[in-house]
Design a protein around this ligand. Structure first.
Ligand code: T4K
Length: 387
């Protein structure tokens, strides 16, 4: 709603009193967390597969409707372990439009990232570009369900089966995402999840690897604990990627709040999509009807050829109103100094990714913002659009 002065001139909406960030962590009632901490104090068991750790693994399996899940220290460790456990070698095809975590974890495992372009609408890996990037050295495809939007899992699965490649999904944004009622974690050899403070479901730091086979979970559990099989035998060159009891307690106290948070975010998404629909050159990243999205981000795209402001101008002009949107994932991983000389990193190979990275903006999106907060942000954007 435009604010109009007595003289009939449109006044600028008021700035927020407090900074409005792209997200805020979902937190339980402090008393529930303190009660869980008291148990930890009594047991004096802080890490290494504690009681709460195992309880959270079971609770997450139920919540996500998966059979095997290993908790780890963070989403980056989940990726690194998945790459190692599935013995990826040589070249791995992935997207440049992602967190550095996806690609840097490949480098940490001694693998060569090969960038393939994204679908201009879904912003996930383009199967045609994947096919074109396969060489005799390719061992795997790492897809990212960016913003909780599923990759084209059917076509990627077909390519992988035909070319004998492994598929690992980075599901850091896809907690609870489903396609036609099927959990997203059922696709590929493994899905890595992140439970960082900025994620829908968080344990402050944390993550998990979801796999289909009990034997693989058993193996991951050794890799995440320095390779120990028992007190005296170390069977793989593992790392310390354990989740501790304080994080597991936070996760357990938060998990039951996720569904209500998703409902609150759905209401906010509705406000944004309705209010911003008519703005020239601005489109909301649409979720296909057969997808139940995690609701981690609310993403708009600004086409500066049509819109009165560019994405970067909008991002800057929101700041004086105390609104801190984010340009995830700018810059592209293929533009990092240590990747840009890769043959696959050249801009001509990645036109859709280059367009997307200039256009996307993640608006503040968390339940406690409320519909009223989203309306205020829309007032500000309206004001910016009107000059
Ligand atoms: N794969 C993908 C596709 C990912 O996006 C990520 C991580 C990973 C893998 C790796 O997962 P982890 O290893 O991180 O578990 C954040 C997160 O640090 C990162 O986890 C996340 N993706 C990335 C998209 O976002 P920043 O640099 O944006 O975080 P920061 O500190 O600027 O936080 C953003 C806003 O959130 C702040 O402006 C305010 C708010 N915030 C943040 C924190 C940490 C809070 O209100 N409270 C907090 O405690 O990276």
């Amino acid at each position: 709603m435009a604010v109009v002065s007595a003289a009939g001139k449109q006044r600028a909406p008021a700035a927020f009193d407090e900074p409005i960030y792209v997200t805020r962590p979902l937190l339980p009632d402090l008393r529930d967390y303190v009660a869980a901490l008291e148990g930890i104090w009594q047991r004096r068991w802080l890490t290494n597969k504690g009681e709460l750790h195992d309880a959270l693994e079971r609770a997450l399996c139920e919540h996500l409707r998966v059979r095997h899940l290993s908790l780890v220290a963070n989403g980056t460790a989940a990726l690194m372990l998945a790459y190692r456990v599935f013995e990826l070698t040589g070249e791995v095809i992935t997207t440049p439009f992602t967190s550095p975590a996806t690609v840097n974890a490949l480098t940490w495992c001694g693998l060569t990232p090969v960038f393939a372009d994204i679908n201009p609408v879904t912003l996930t890996l383009d199967p045609v570009a994947i096919e074109a990037a396969i060489t005799p050295r390719t061992s795997a495809i790492v897809g990212v369900h960016i913003y909780g939007m599923p990759c084209d899992v059917a076509r990627i699965g077909t390519i992988a089966a035909r070319r004998d490649l492994k598929v690992i999904y980075d599901g850091a944004h896809a907690f609870g995402t489903e396609i036609d009622g099927v959990p997203i974690t059922q696709f590929g050899q493994a899905t890595a999840l992140s439970f960082h403070a900025t994620k829908l479901f968080s344990s402050a730091e944390g993550g998990a690897i979801v796999v289909a086979d009990a034997r693989i979970k058993y193996s991951i559990d050794r890799w995440r604990t320095l390779g120990f099989a028992d007190e005296a035998s170390v069977v793989v060159p593992g790392i310390n990627a354990r989740m501790n009891e304080l994080e597991a307690a936070l996760g357990l106290a938060t998990l039951g709040l996720v569904a209500a948070e998703q409902r609150a975010r759905a209401e906010i998404a509705q406000v944004y999509s309705t209010r911003l629909a008519g703005l020239e050159g601005l489109t909301c990243h649409a979720i296909p009807p057969n997808v139940s999205n995690s609701r981690l981000y609310c993403v708009v795209r600004i086409d500066s050829a049509i819109a009165p402001v560019s994405r970067d101008e909008l991002w800057e002009r929101l700041k004086p109103f105390n609104v801190f949107a984010r340009r995830y994932f700018h810059p592209l991983c293929s533009d990092f100094a240590f990747y840009r000389d890769l043959p696959s990193a050249c801009a001509g190979n990645l036109p859709a990714a280059h367009r997307a990275v200039r256009q996307v903006l993640c608006l503040p999106f968390y339940g406690s913002l409320g519909a009223a907060g989203a309306h205020r942000i829309c007032d500000i954007i309206d004001h910016i659009w009107s000059g």
